[in-house]
Design a binder for this molecule. Structure first.
Ligand SMILES: Cc1ncc(COP(=O)(O)O)c(C=O)c1O
Length: 520
């Protein structure tokens, strides 16, 4: 008789080790024993947090997994696919796509990681390797944080927050308070913090733009709170229709949802749209009228090709000045990051948020929440300082910094326009002007044949299209369904980060062949 403990283990697993080594895995671990519902473990698919299972995050979904598998296949056998490398255009990951880090930033980061180079005894070597301003900045940063290996204040090192406040002041022409600034582990952790504090139960509603960056819907799913969708207007360059916001909130409220917040992504992901001053003003007025927190995701603030970036903070302060008293209680949180822009250091996980107009007792809870994670990475905090306080004209590193910055900016712009031109020449494809961010989100009209072929595979047409594109060209993009789209319309999102324009030609060629194959 087998003991109770052994009853769940297939007999073959109890076979001698030598025999087990010779048996194939499918015999050793039959499906039932391998499934995550095995009673040998505490966790199985059916008993884990259902909200984790409910969360969707398409930019790292099925297509990204397949793209990685193809990349590995090519590594092992370069002739295994009709292309020699995969282009990860599915995610805004600049340096994975060969964007060079800004030299000054890396010089300073390398010094703060290896401070021995700043010792007097190494002064001669250091002088040969580093410009004077990089050495000075590294010394100052180390004085401010002591060591990148030490925890900092949970809100971020005070001297670095002073620099962020100065940057915001210069950008907006209004003062900023370092005590209201929180350095974060990328913008994602800031968004996560605020949504945790805002979501108090399944009835909490948060207005999110559609299409949106799925961080928002995924986090709301984790928190079991409700996304309240407002649709951006594709025909008008993905603009925000303010009248529509009133209709959307009134409907949600009448259905019993406690709507507390509106999220705005400006410039937009995936749309790239930049909000003009008057739209921001309208959104602030709407938030004031409906007593909503504004979450302004401004991580693409320097990725603007048409017009100028205007921050929510600036417009709010302008309004408060113009109409004293009316907007005093507007609660605004604005996010920024070292991941995007010309910095593109998303692996370093730097970012910040600024709070304006929040109740002091709520602020205390936000502080407690961030302090539970101790502090954001101190190296990332230093990079935030470098981003907001880059070399100035006349300083030794300025010319190189400006050259590198401009090259990255112009490269992005050139590729955005090349993609736009390519899309305009593809049958059934239409894309709005590339205004900013790092993405294009064209719409694709699929003929019946495509829709039927996708249905047969149990896929949505845009998912089918993107998978076929990946398999034929190695270009990995994300189906529009991962961001949300008007029913019956189909899109895909691609970054314009990949170097060169050859891959754009590959998309055009694929599209032609795809329509020839499935067009009828
Ligand atoms: C709109 C938007 N917000 C936030 C993030 C997260 O950025 P981070 O790397 O700073 O966490 C991204 C990343 O792509 C994004 O597109």
């Amino acid at each position: 008789m087998r003991s109770r403990a052994l009853q769940h283990i297939p007999r073959v697993q109890l076979a001698p080790a030598a025999l087990r080594r010779s048996l194939p895995a499918r015999i050793l671990y039959p499906a039932r024993a391998m499934s995550s519902t095995t009673q040998l473990r505490s966790l199985n698919y059916d008993n884990i947090n259902p909200h984790v299972k409910a969360a969707k995050y398409a930019v790292r979904g099925e297509l990204a997994v397949k793209a990685e598998a193809i990349r590995r296949e090519i590594e092992q056998d370069p002739s295994s696919h009709p292309f020699d490398h995969v282009i990860f255009a599915n995610i805004g990951n600049p340096q994975q796509l060969d964007q060079k880090p800004i030299t000054f930033f890396r010089q300073v980061l390398s010094l703060i990681q290896y401070p021995d180079l700043l010792q007097e005894s190494n002064a001669e070597v250091a002088k040969q390797l580093y410009p004077e301003d990089a050495l000075e900045r590294a010394k100052w940063l180390l004085k401010s944080v002591k060591s990148v290996g030490a925890y900092s204040h949970s809100q971020g090192a005070p001297a670095l927050r002073d620099s962020v406040a100065k940057y915001i002041e210069e950008r907006d022409g209004h003062p900023a308070d370092p005590e209201s600034i929180y350095l974060t582990t990328g913008a994602s952790s800031g968004v996560n913090t605020l949504l945790h504090v805002i979501a108090s139960g399944p009835n909490t509603g948060v207005m999110i733009p559609i299409p949106q960056y799925p961080l928002y819907t995924a986090t709301l799913a984790l928190l079991n709170a409700k996304p309240v969708e407002y649709f951006l207007e594709e025909h008008a360059q993905w603009s925000t229709n303010c009248d529509d916001l009133y209709t959307v909130i009134d409907k949600a409220t009448s259905e019993g949802t406690d709507v507390r917040c509106i999220c705005v992504i400006n410039p937009g992901n995936p749309t790239g749209a930049s909000l003009p001053y008057n739209s921001i003003e309208d959104i602030i007025k709407f938030a004031a009228a409906k007593k909503l927190v504004i979450m302004a995701d401004e991580v693409y603030q320097t990725n603007v090709f048409i017009g100028e970036f205007v921050s929510f903070k600036k417009v709010l302060r302008d309004l408060q000045k113009k109409e004293p008293g009316t907007y005093d209680n507007v609660e605004l949180v604005s996010f920024h990051s070292t991941s995007k822009g010309m910095v593109g250091e998303c692996g370093q996980r730097g970012g910040y948020f600024e709070l304006v107009g929040f109740d002091p007792k709520v602020v205390q809870e936000i502080y407690k929440f961030v302090s539970i994670s101790l502090c954001p990475p101190v190296g990332g905090q230093c990079l935030v300082e470098l981003m907001v306080n880059p070399p100035k004209e006349g300083e030794p590193s300025y010319d190189l910094y400006k050259k590198e910055y401009d090259e990255i900016y112009n490269g992005l712009k050139t590729r955005a326009y090349a993609l736009h031109k390519a899309f305009s020449e593809m049958e059934g494809v239409e894309s709005q002007d590339p205004q900013g961010a790092m993405y294009m989100f064209p719409t694709v009209k699929f003929p019946e044949g495509v829709i039927a072929a996708a249905e047969k595979l149990g896929k949505k047409p845009d998912e089918f299209y993107c998978m076929e594109l990946l398999k034929a060209t190695g270009v990995c993009v994300v189906p529009g369904s991962g961001f949300g789209q008007v029913d019956g319309t189909w899109h895909f999102r691609t970054t314009f980060l990949a170097p060169g324009t050859d891959w754009i030609g590959r998309i055009v060629e694929f599209h032609k062949n795809f329509l020839n194959t499935y067009g009828n």
